[in-house]
Design a protein around this ligand. Sequence first.
Ligand code: NAP
Length: 248
Amino acid sequence: MNLLEDKVALITGGSRGIGEAIVRKFAAEGARIAFTYHSSSAKADAIVAELAAEGTEIKAYQSNAASFTEAEALVKQVLADFEKIDVLVNNAGITRDNLMLRMSEENWDQVIETNLKSVFNLTKHIMRPMLKKRSGSIINMSSVVGEFGNAGQANYAASKAGIFGFTKSIAKEVGSRNIRCNAIAPGFIATEMTDELDEKVRDAFLASIPLKRWGKPEEVANACVFLASDLSQYISGQTISVCGALNC
Ligand code: NAP
């Protein structure tokens, strides 16, 4: 299939985990790909080398999604390199878990800036070129935790809940210009982010998932392919949960 043929996609945090799976799925669907990383330059270079050898037009950029000015420079550079951006996937994210009594201001600020302000940063700078082109699909990576909360993750849950309101607002604001904006809410997906969880916490989560297994990064990436493609042309302002029925 070539669901994304000739579409240019900018994906933040494409060096590992869910972001890497999105990069790989988008490449398999014919997209031209710009992706960012924060510090994993060797990993990013290896992904570029592998997919370029298979014929994908792909470039990696070191860019801190939490920085407004770096996001501005990134969008300019991607437009210079690829001429247009059809799809933006705001995927970059971090956790700094702690119970409220122990959560520092730094823990709070880092998570809000990386997970939520980044979505503003990239969307803000991509808006003008998308408006000019009168088309675009913006996909924001939220979490089921943004809907339900989670003890020890007040910062993370707040950042992910903020994404829901942001997504719906952008969908309303620019829908008339044929720009769509949707969110994805993964449940518990096996990546380095969830590797950090305590074994007891992991077991408790697993027991509560009706499909009785962790999700795979590729399963989240499949939902991104759908939202990026013309198959979802009349879908905007929505959240797709990829969580094994955890949220039922
Ligand atoms: P991950 O394996 O830890 O990968 C995080 C990615 O984000 C990496 O590519 C990392 O780059 C990048 N990144 C981190 N901080 C960044 C920054 N300031 N600027 C640019 N890139 C940055 O995480 P993941 O599990 O794949 O999660 C991806 C997204 O899905 C996140 O938004 C996360 O909140 C969300 N999510 C994950 C789960 C889950 O169960 N895994 C569930 C719900 C939602 P480097 O490699 O350079 O560090």
